[in-house]
Design a protein around this ligand. Structure first.
Ligand code: ADP
Length: 341
């Protein structure tokens, strides 16, 4: 892969004797969207602020384009480190037009060049018709495009967005997200998006960084992280998972809901992580009892029981199983992972 546009190496930030960010390592690449995903309070915004230069690192270092911009005792200012920042509330200047908001950071350019750059960004983000409008007359999605265009005005190598879609609801959210991401991809900038929404993160990311308790647990593509999480903690960040104690014998884990191959694991106790969609109807599978059925449109949420253990399955198919019935199921090994106890 190419040289990263930004590398945060082992960075930590301590508040009141607690590590808000602990030895986090993160690489951002030109033209790629990285999503930093984790629950509220895990340190995402703090890491974003460290990358932005809004806060000093207590240890570790951050490098942008070959230059160290953060290290203990050294913090290059946000405006001097080649990053663009989009705040959650967009923070547009209310007394400036759309065009002047976008051109705000370009005051050092001659007027003609400044105008040209603003025109380019207006076109790139489909804002030409709104150039003379005041921010308060724009929709949420339009305000966001202005905020992104403004953040990109000085051609930063890295663009940071903190929960950019959380203020938009339902249908609008999906539409705005799609068009913003398409526009962002045309810029070739390395993009870091902070979100606490796993589905959103998997939809938009080229690369995920899973964070919990101040630490980066795993980085990788969405399928890598979802299907092969490095730990049970990482698995839970991306979606529902049932954890069952299992016994490995001869490279196989026998569960009451089916068999999981575990060729690399030694014989003994282990834990199986089973995604809800891993369970399939299978005439040749093992018999289990249907305890509950919830209709969910495309998928049914079915609670299954076997040998005093229960599991939540998300099953497709036109005929719903009946509560109390016995059905036969097997497990999709691609959606199950065995971890040492
Ligand atoms: P997230 O963005 O994932 O919700 P934050 O980075 O905002 O998490 O916060 C991480 C932890 O650091 C939390 O426990 C939070 O209370 C704490 N924290 C954040 N900012 C400060 C601060 N300025 N002073 C003290 N503690 C802080």
């Amino acid at each position: 892969m190419t040289v990263p546009s930004l590398t945060a190496r082992d960075v930590s930030r301590i508040y009141e004797n607690r590590n808000a960010v602990a030895n986090a390592t993160l690489k951002l690449h030109a033209g790629r969207i990285t999503c930093l995903l984790g629950p509220s309070g895990c340190g995402k915004s703090t890491l974003l602020r460290l990358v932005a230069g809004l806060e000093p690192v207590d240890s570790g270092e951050i490098e942008i384009g070959g230059t160290i911009v953060s290290a203990p005792g050294k913090t290059v200012a946000p405006e001097d480190r080649g990053i663009g920042l989009v705040f959650q509330d967009f923070a547009l200047f209310p007394h400036l037009s759309v065009a002047d908001n976008i051109g705000f950071g370009l005051k050092n350019l001659p007027a003609s060049q400044r105008r040209e750059r603003v025109m380019t960004l207006l076109a790139q983000f489909h804002l030409e018709a709104l150039a003379d409008k005041w921010p308060h007359t724009l929709s949420g999605g339009e305000q966001q495009r202005v905020a992104i265009a403004r953040a990109l005005a000085r051609s930063p190598s890295v663009l940071l967005l903190d929960e950019p879609f959380s203020g938009l609801d339902g249908h609008l959210r999906a539409t705005v997200r799609q068009s913003v991401l398409a526009d962002l991809r045309t810029t070739g900038t390395a993009v870091l998006i902070v979100t606490h929404d796993p589905e959103e993160a998997m939809l938009i990311a080229d690369e995920l960084a899973l964070m919990a308790g101040g630490r980066i647990l795993q980085t990788g593509s969405p399928p890598e992280c979802y299907l092969r999480p490095v730990s049970i903690e990482a698995a839970r960040l991306l979606g529902e998972a049932t954890i069952l104690p299992v016994r490995i014998s001869g490279g196989v884990a026998n569960t009451p809901f089916g068999i999981i191959p575990a060729p690399e694991m030694p014989d003994g106790e282990a834990n199986a992580m089973i995604r809800p969609e891993a369970l399939r109807f299978d005439m040749a599978g093992v018999p289990v009892k249907v305890v509950d059925v919830r209709f969910g449109g495309a998928f049914q949420t079915v609670t299954l029981a076997a040998q005093d253990l229960m599991i939540t399955a998300r099953m497709s198919g036109t005929s719903l199983p009946e509560v109390g019935a016995q059905i036969c199921v097997s497990l999709d090994p691609a959606r199950t992972v065995i971890y040492p106890s």
